[in-house]
Design a protein around this ligand. Structure first.
Ligand SMILES: Cc1cc2nc3c(=O)[nH]c(=O)nc-3n(C[C@H](O)[C@H](O)[C@H](O)COP(=O)(O)O)c2cc1C
Length: 214
């Protein structure tokens, strides 16, 4: 018997009527309809505690890079990082709902990324091979929302640091199989806004149905 697919839905929008979350949910509903055994866990990045990245935590990180054992205060700071990275690694597939904030991603998502992106756990570096991602055999779907159109060919495309950030980070930790759904533009009255929203939802359902066949 094959094991049920485990999906982590990381919610980076605090808005109750978030567009990125609605599109991610349409994807998850289609996925679950096609594969009822799938297990989905939601991680609301706005209601969870994330460890402060302070001096002790950074010393703990550099101790690992220098291959020296942790001092007691470093070990304590590292415990929470280990718990969150192990939790992250316990999934097969990641779904991110990501609003654009000031051209990039919301700071809570960046904070989470900074906590789980750790040497020896989610990536490695050696002089011979440079950076290598360690989160192998996983895939991701990123639902991105923005008020305006930043799609390829648009005037604002060169300003986008949201989709490019998510793509680059996921590749950095070893996830190459990344699907992206652009939910923008979401600003009411923006040309093409209604059509874009309908298209994003259709794409989410199509991808959700297809994903479980992979
Ligand atoms: C703090 C903040 C910054 C924003 N910055 C941008 C921006 O740089 N470009 C843009 O197109 N929209 C921007 N927006 C609008 C959101 O991206 C848009 O409302 C989107 O639908 C939010 O995603 P959500 O609906 O999933 O919450 C910003 C919104 C907030 C709250």
């Amino acid at each position: 018997m094959t094991e049920a697919t485990r999906i982590l839905h990381l919610i980076a929008s605090p808005r109750p009527n978030s567009r990125s979350r609605a599109v991610a949910q349409a994807y998850l509903d289609a996925f679950k309809y096609a594969d009822p055994a799938v297990l989905v866990e939601e991680l609301d990045l706005w209601s969870m505690e994330l460890p402060t990245i302070d001096g002790a935590l950074l010393s703990a990180k550099y101790a690992i890079l220098a291959r020296r054992p942790h001092r007691p205060e470093e070990a304590q700071a590292w415990e929470r990082v280990l718990a969150l990275t192990q939790h992250f690694l316990s999934f097969d597939h990641y779904v991110f709902s990501v609003p654009m904030w000031n051209l990039g991603i919301p700071y809570r998502l960046k904070h989470y990324i900074d906590v789980v992106t750790q040497p020896g756990i989610t990536f490695s570096w050696t002089p011979e091979r440079g950076y290598e991602g360690l989160v192998l055999g996983r895939s991701a779907l990123v639902a991105c929302a923005s008020a305006f159109d930043y799609g390829a060919g648009s005037a604002l495309h060169p300003w986008d640091q949201q989709k490019s950030h998510m793509h680059t980070w996921l590749r950095f930790i070893g996830i190459d199989d990344v699907g992206l759904i652009d939910c923008g533009p979401t600003r009411p009255g923006e040309p093409g806004a209604q059509a874009a929203q309908a298209r994003a939802e259709e794409e989410a359902i199509r991808r959700g149905r297809a994903a479980q066949r992979k």
